[in-house]
Structure formats: C-alpha cells, structure tokens
Write a protein that binds this ligand. Structure first.
Ligand SMILES: Nc1nc2c(ncn2[C@@H]2O[C@H](COP(=O)(O)OP(=O)(O)OP(=O)(O)O)[C@@H](O)[C@H]2O)c(=O)[nH]1
Ligand SMILES: [Mg+2]
Length: 305
C-alpha cells in the first residue's frame, strides 16, 4: 500500500533530520509541512529526503488540514517533527488498517513513555482531557491527543477540520467517530522532546477542553438537549416542592404551580427531542457504516473479475 508520512514542523531543526531519515530510509514518502520556521528545519528536511511545503496559514491544525488536501496516498501517517515518536514503530500503526480492522489508528503514548517526556502538568492535563472525552462521548479511548496516527484515505479526505491550532487531534478523533469510521489504539513509545515546545499547556489545554465540549454537537447533538432538559426539570422540582410545602401551610401559589408544570413539561419534552435527535443521528452513522461496507465488498468483487 502506498503511504505518505506527514510531519508538521515549526522550528524543529534539532530533531527533524533524524525523524525524516527514519521514515525515508524505510521507503516512505515524507512530506514536511512547515509553519515558516526561522531555523534550518526546511533545509535539513530536504537534505534528508523530504518534500517540503510551507503552510499557507498558521497553526498545527491549519498545517494538517492543508496536508490532507495535498496528499493522495492510500494511507497517511501523521507524526510530530520533534523526535518524540519512533519511526520504526510506524508498522504498529499500519497493521490494523492493512488487516482491515481500523480506519484510523492512534499511537497510545501512555503505554510506555520516557521519564520527562510528559511534564507533570502535561501528564495531568492529558489524563483529565481524556477522561472528559470518555465521559462526553462514551467512547473508550486513552490517548486522543497523541501526535502519531495513521489514517485511511477515506478518513483524511472526509474529515472537516476547522480549528487552527492544537485542537486538531481532538477534532480528528471526533470527526472520525461522527462519520462512522473505526478508531483503534496501539501502544507506542513516547520520548522526551528535543528543542523547544510550541504548546502552551494552560492556554492550549483550555482550548482543547472547550473543543471537546463544542464538538459534542457533531457527534451527539442530543447531549445538549439532555442537559437543558435536566435543568428545566430540576427547576420544576424545586418550585414544585415549594408550592406543595406552602400548600400544607394553607398558602396556595397558583402562578408558581403553573410555572412548575411548564418547567417539568418543557424539560421532559427537551429530553424526548434529544432521544429522537440521538436516534436519527446514530442511525445516520450506522447507515454510513453499512454503505461503506457495501462499497468495500463491491470493490473486492470488482477486483476479482
Ligand atoms: N506547520 C506547523 N507545525 C507546527 C505549528 N506549531 C507546532 N507545530 C508542530 O507540531 C508538532 C507538535 O508540536 P509540539 O510543540 O511538539 O506539541 P506537543 O507535542 O503537543 O507538546 P510537547 O509535549 O511539548 O512536545 C511539532 O512537530 C511542531 O513543530 C505550526 O504553527 N505550524
Ligand atoms: Mg511534541
């Protein structure tokens, strides 16, 4: 299968040579998408055999989105240029796709990471964001922010990336799930970084958390409705309890009683709409999956002729 390795870089002269070489000598085509580095990153990358493109906009997310347009291989491997991931482990990521068991493979860094590869803040932040993700989406993934991934052409050509920066991994994960593709995680090694980080843990961590929340509407639009429905019902229960309590004291609140009924009816309705929205959305995802399976089966048959 034809594979292109995409490496987004911004001032990574310390590590980029080793990374490009690691993939190039194993026969992979390498595309470096550079954010206008002020050091020798582009020169070194070219020397080691990469094709180098300067991104048209700003941020890792924009660079990745642009690379997805340029590349046309069966599989695209995405990896950072800071030397934290091992080129020789790329086969672990390719395997599940080749075997037909996955459309998008994530390298799970928590499997084995070098001391100092995560700062303490990054480790806690990563764990928290993954936990939040599992809670919000109900999908059992351990390392959604990993920078080492393999994607089938269908996936990288159909995901819609709108975020410019470090929200890109979150968006990639959510879009893959929302479009009905299968994600698999495989254990990989994570090494300590050479060169300076481009990540601002607090600012970017916050943005990623916000993105996980915002994108819930793409994957499970109903969850918003559930939350609002629940708020209405709780408000209704509180005002209702008050009305009943006062009624026992022989004080009757007509208006508040009506309001209570409205709160609870509205809340229940919102939750019902949510259930319907969820049902429609999920059948849609199932439908896409089924269509894809059908198309694949037809392609296999077509090749047999
Ligand atoms: N093209 C491009 N690449 C970028 C940009 N910002 C960061 N990168 C690259 O994206 C990759 C990931 O960035 P890192 O700074 O390593 O972020 P991180 O891996 O989340 O954080 P660390 O754990 O500190 O390494 C690196 O190869 C960066 O050079 C950008 O604006 N444009
Ligand atoms: Mg890094």
């Amino acid at each position: 299968m034809d594979v292109t390795v995409v490496i987004p870089t911004l001032n990574e002269e310390e590590a980029i040579g080793e990374v490009v070489e690691g993939f190039a000598k194993r026969g992979f085509r390498v595309l470096v998408i550079d954010g206008n580095s002020k050091d020798r990153t582009r020169e070194i990358a070219r020397e080691k055999g990469a094709e180098v493109v300067i991104q048209s906009g700003k941020g890792k997310g924009q660079a990745v989105a642009e690379a997805f347009e340029i590349v046309d291989s069966d599989i695209l491997v995405l990896v950072d240029g800071d030397g934290t991931y091992l080129p020789e482990e790329v086969y672990r990521l390719l395997e599940p796709i080749k075997e037909g068991g996955a459309d998008h493979v994530i390298g799970n860094r928590f499997a084995s990471f070098e001391k100092g590869a995560f700062t303490r803040l990054n480790l806690i932040g990563n764990k928290l964001l993954n936990m939040f993700f599992r809670l919000a989406y109900g999908v059992e993934l351990r390392d959604i922010l990993s920078g080492y991934r393999a994607l089938k052409k269908e996936v990288y050509k159909s995901v819609e990336l709108t975020k410019p920066g470090f929200e890109v991994e979150t968006e990639l994960t959510v879009e893959t799930l929302a479009k009905g593709f299968r994600i698999v995680e495989v254990p990989i090694t994570y090494r300590k970084r050479g060169g300076k980080t481009k990540l601002n843990p607090l600012r970017d961590g916050f943005r990623i958390g916000k993105t996980i929340y915002e994108l819930m509407s793409r994957y499970s639009p109903a969850r918003y409705l559930y939350i609002f429905g629940l708020i209405f019902i709780i408000a209704g229960l509180i005002s209702g309890a008050f009305v009943v309590y006062e009624w026992f004291l022989r004080i009757t609140h007509y208006l508040l009683a009506i309001l209570t009924a409205l709160f609870i009816i509205t809340g229940v309705q919102l939750i019902m709409f949510g259930l319907i929205a969820d049902f429609i959305f999920r059948s849609n995802v199932e439908f896409r999956k089924e269509l894809r399976r059908l198309r694949e089966a037809m392609e296999v048959e077509g090749k047999g002729d």
